[in-house]
Design a binder for this molecule. Structure first.
Ligand SMILES: CC(=O)SCCNC(=O)CCNC(=O)[C@H](O)C(C)(C)COP(=O)(O)OP(=O)(O)OC[C@H]1O[C@@H](n2cnc3c(N)ncnc32)[C@H](O)[C@@H]1OP(=O)(O)O
Ligand SMILES: O=C([O-])CC(=O)C(=O)O
Length: 376
């Protein structure tokens, strides 16, 4: 670069870059708060069903009783695993990660939708409801087949959360468990321009279809720096063993320059707004399953991490052990995140389309100066 040219400012990882506006959620690190369409997520988690929150994210307002009933009815009719989707899941070996299975299944759900290219708002709302209803069937069936268990048919008489758990475990668990699961889905539903949502928006900005954007978002969420961390937290707990070993384990891990999964956040630097609500849900599960040992390990690792690095836990830290106590396999945790975040992704896909501009940043070239092939 010549002396007269100014260096372009590069924000690696797009740190601090405001890429667009969104009316869907507001993450405020100063006040550790998170609003969905203006409502504090804690209030939604305390008082709403997951479907009400999905409706809020998609439409901007909470549903009237009639609107909610219409959404519930539309979803109930699509809860069974479609034949082609089941066949696609069965083709993927159980050695594959469940996120790879889910990514494949969503791709087939899209490929078998005759209206795949209907990008109208109504068309995309219908696809969003379809995914809302179908993803639990995929996640539940995949966990069951890995355990050598048969598929459990959907029950249209159950609520969304109860049916999800019924299809996974063959029964509806205690209301304490159902409620903790509902809370986790609401907390995971939406979080502005996180990496997977931004991926969905980039794909949408090319005028590709909604399913393609969700497939890409699943790929982004799989990584351990993003959604894959809830699963990684459980591996850390397994590696540590007991609460008494947490501090020594952490010192070794930090000395080895390891990233401690479930801690830290790109936006929140003083704690994640969702953690207290999810920790309260975890506490109810710890009491229900009588697992003070798990709570002690959780507390000791958090205390040591804050003391050593002053880095706070993120939502994946309480969610991992909560899903473990509910009985999910560790590899199923990130697909559960997908089931929730699908609502936020699809809301962003519709928002992006409503005021689209192709997302295409610039790069500063750092390769060799112009050169030419030798004469032959
Ligand atoms: C739902 C979600 O997706 S929430 C995120 C889930 N991801 C995780 O839990 C994975 C673990 N956490 C991390 O890797 C990071 O905190 C991230 C990727 C989430 C955010 O990272 P960034 O904002 O990019 O922070 P950055 O990577 O610049 O880290 C700043 C400093 O804190 C350290 N740090 C941040 N998080 C951690 C962590 N979990 N363990 C150890 N050190 C950490 C970094 O090593 C770095 O230290 P340095 O300045 O000495 O090099
Ligand atoms: O916002 C982020 O970068 C990651 C996160 O917490 C989320 O997606 O829920």
């Amino acid at each position: 670069m010549s002396q007269t040219q100014t260096e372009p400012e590069i924000r690696k990882g797009l740190v601090g870059v405001v890429a667009d506006t969104t009316a869907i959620s507001k993450v405020n690190p100063e006040t550790n708060s998170l609003l969905y369409r203006g409502y504090p997520v804690q209030e939604l988690a305390a008082r709403c069903t997951f479907e009400e929150v999905a409706y809020l994210l998609w439409h901007g307002e909470l549903p009237t009783p009639a609107e909610l009933a219409a959404l519930e009815d539309a979803g109930r009719g699509q809860r069974a695993l479609a034949r082609e989707v089941r066949a696609a899941v069965d083709l993927v070996p159980t050695t594959a990660h469940p996120m790879d299975v889910l990514r494949t299944a969503v791709s087939v759900i899209g490929a078998t939708d005759p209206a795949v290219d209907d990008a109208s708002r109504e068309g995309n709302l219908a696809k969003s409801v379809r995914l809302l209803a179908q993803i639990p069937a995929v996640v539940a069936y995949d966990q069951r087949r890995r355990r050598g268990q048969d598929l459990v048919e959907a029950r249209p008489d159950l609520g969304y959360v109860e049916n999800f758990l019924h299809m996974t475990f063959g029964e509806v668990p205690d209301p304490v468990v159902v409620d903790a699961f509902r809370v986790s889905l609401i907390l995971y539903a939406e979080h502005s321009f996180n990496a997977s949502t931004f991926t969905a928006r980039v794909i949408t900005s090319t005028l590709s279809d909604l399913y393609s954007a969700v497939v890409g978002a699943i790929g982004a969420l799989k990584g351990p720096l993003h959604g894959g961390a809830n699963e990684a937290v459980m591996h850390v707990f397994d590696e540590i063993g007991t609460a008494e070993d947490a501090e020594a384990w952490l010192d070794t891990a930090l000395a080895e320059k390891r990233r401690i999964m479930g801690f830290g956040h790109r936006v929140y630097k003083h704690g994640d707004s969702r953690v207290p609500t999810m920790k309260a849900a975890l506490d109810t599960l710890v009491a229900h399953y009588d697992r003070p040992d798990l709570a002690a390990l959780y507390d000791n690792l958090e205390r040591a991490m804050v003391a050593r690095k002053n880095i706070q836990p993120n939502l994946d830290y309480p969610s991992g052990p909560a899903y473990h106590l509910m009985g999910f396999d560790t590899a199923t945790f990130t697909p559960l995140f997908v089931a929730a975040r699908n609502t936020g992704w699809t809301a962003h896909i519709m928002e992006q389309l409503a005021a689209n501009s192709l997302i295409r940043p610039l790069s500063a070239y750092s390769g060799p100066a112009e050169r030419h092939l030798p004469q032959r």
